[in-house]
Design a protein around this ligand. Structure first.
Ligand SMILES: Cc1ncc(COP(=O)(O)O)c(C=O)c1O
Length: 463
């Protein structure tokens, strides 16, 4: 097919498949003709047929567009999920719904819009032509510097900018670390229970994957030493375990670091929400005690600013910098520069520290609101083992193991809680609901929300 027929067919197909939507503008005749290298008459003929058949309408000086009145039945393609992963997949799907008690997100009403807008303008105005080329593979140097300063002060690390590698989120960080360092036979240990994205990713990319249980003092290091002494990578969240929110105890931290040093193993520290600690006790990162440089620290701005920004970072042991640089150059394209520039100004000008301080106070208050509301609406059905920080609570069931059924009921009322038992890989499970509190604005709002599934909850758990 040549000439006007080819253009006609392309447009018809794009419109029928829903890629071009009713009301969307199509290019002017002379622009498309120049773009395709054909005569204007050829494009004009195709457009006239499409107009005649009702796919396009001409709006005179305002150009030509897809007919806004077009009614199309576009078939949606269903994406299937393997059965064994369907429970984890449900958790993942749930993350993107609007509703109450959503897990793992910052207070969206507190995003510093004005400051961000100001810094965006500044960053765009300051952009030089050479910055329009591919950005550096390990990240924008001023951002790497700002992050190094921040983690040194706030999380007790002792690193410099050359150790920072900017990534686009947890999965990117973990995959990059394993790609740079792991061989196919290497044993990798993950926490049980553990972050659902971590489980899914590791199941896919690691052949020799094992789990170590987590109790009230965090990862059970005794179990690790007894059963998986020969592990090469341990991936753990010591500040506030995901999802139990417990903190790895001091003796266990030392035990873990000693083991890694003797074994020449790597600890991947996922410090995703270490900023939000509410007691007076200072809680430095595990990496801050890492005299032998065996900890690869992974941080993110998803909890402190917003997940949509997709900026996270790895703090590398010094011995790994070159290897990482080499791997990143082969397997990565670097991240977009502009968000990195805005963020580096946000940190370097001191706004990040102020924002964190405000959020810490706010989250502590919001956590209390949800705890009070839970106690008021369901005084006997749940108990909470209050931890020192984090962005969610776990409401354990006082009796029974029906957390999946219960979560389903609550989700029907738009309470986006997660059943705890689904996060476990092994059979030794606890049962409860994982509840985010960062976007609850008052105790009354929490009470009203918790009352929505009241009848069904009492019917299931008893009064
Ligand atoms: C346990 C855990 N680790 C890391 C992250 C960071 O995720 P990302 O940086 O990909 O947004 C999250 C976010 O939900 C998390 O829950």
């Amino acid at each position: 097919m040549t000439g006007y027929q080819a253009i006609y067919q392309r447009y018809k197909q794009q419109i029928l498949s829903g890629n071009l939507k009713p009301g969307e503008k199509v290019p002017a005749i002379r622009v498309l003709a120049a773009d395709l290298g054909v005569a204007k008459k050829t494009v004009e003929t195709a457009y006239n047929i499409l107009i005649g058949e009702g796919y396009l309408v001409s709006k005179g000086a305002r150009g030509t567009q897809v007919n806004p009145d077009l009614q199309l039945n576009i078939a949606r393609v269903a994406i299937s999920t393997p059965v064994e992963d369907s429970k984890l997949q449900q958790l993942i799907d749930l993350r993107d719904n609007p509703g109450f008690f959503r897990l793992g997100i910052p207070s969206l009403d507190e995003f510093p819009y004005k400051k961000w807008l100001l810094l965006s303008g500044k960053a765009i105005r300051a952009m030089r032509p050479e910055q329009m080329l591919t950005p550096p593979v390990m990240g924008h140097p001023p951002l790497r510097e700002a992050i190094a300063n921040y983690v040194n002060i706030s999380r007790g690390l002792n690193c410099n900018a050359s150790q920072i590698c900017i990534t686009s989120g947890y999965k990117h960080s973990i995959a990059l670390i394993l790609q740079a360092l792991a061989t196919r036979q290497d044993k990798v240990v993950f926490e049980d229970p553990g972050y659902f994205f971590g489980q899914k990713l590791l199941k896919r990319i690691v052949e020799n994957l094992h789990y170590v249980p987590v109790d009230r003092q965090g990862l059970n290091i005794g179990y690790l030493l007894q059963h998986h002494q020969d592990t090469r990578f341990v991936i753990t969240s010591p500040a506030h375990h995901s999802p139990l929110a417990v903190t790895l105890s001091l003796p266990r931290r030392q035990q873990l670091l000693d083991w890694a040093q003797n074994q020449r193993a790597w600890i991947i520290e996922d410090d995703y929400d270490g900023e939000f600690h509410y007691t007076k006790k200072v809680l430095p990162a595990l990496k801050s005690q890492d005299a032998a440089d065996r900890v690869i620290y992974v941080g993110t701005f998803s909890k402190t600013i917003m997940p949509a920004m997709r900026i996270s970072y790895i703090v590398l042991p010094k011995a790994l910098i070159n290897r990482f640089h080499e791997t990143a150059e082969i397997v990565e394209t670097s991240l977009p520069l502009l968000p990195q520039q805005i963020l580096s100004r946000f940190i370097a000008e001191g706004h990040f520290f102020k924002h964190l301080k405000k959020m810490r106070t706010l989250y502590q208050a919001r956590r209390q609101m949800v705890l009070n509301a839970l106690q008021q609406v369901y005084p006997t059905q749940f108990y909470v083992e209050l931890t020192d920080g984090g962005m969610h609570i776990v409401a354990f069931l006082t009796s029974g193991s029906q957390d999946e059924q219960l979560a389903e009921i609550w989700q029907q009322h738009r309470l986006l809680v997660f059943p705890l038992s689904v996060w476990y890989a092994g059979n030794s499970k606890r049962y409860g609901l994982v509840i985010g509190y960062t976007n609850i604005k008052s105790e009354q709002e929490a009470i009203d929300a918790l009352r929505l599934p009241y009848q069904q909850t009492i019917a299931l758990l008893g009064g």
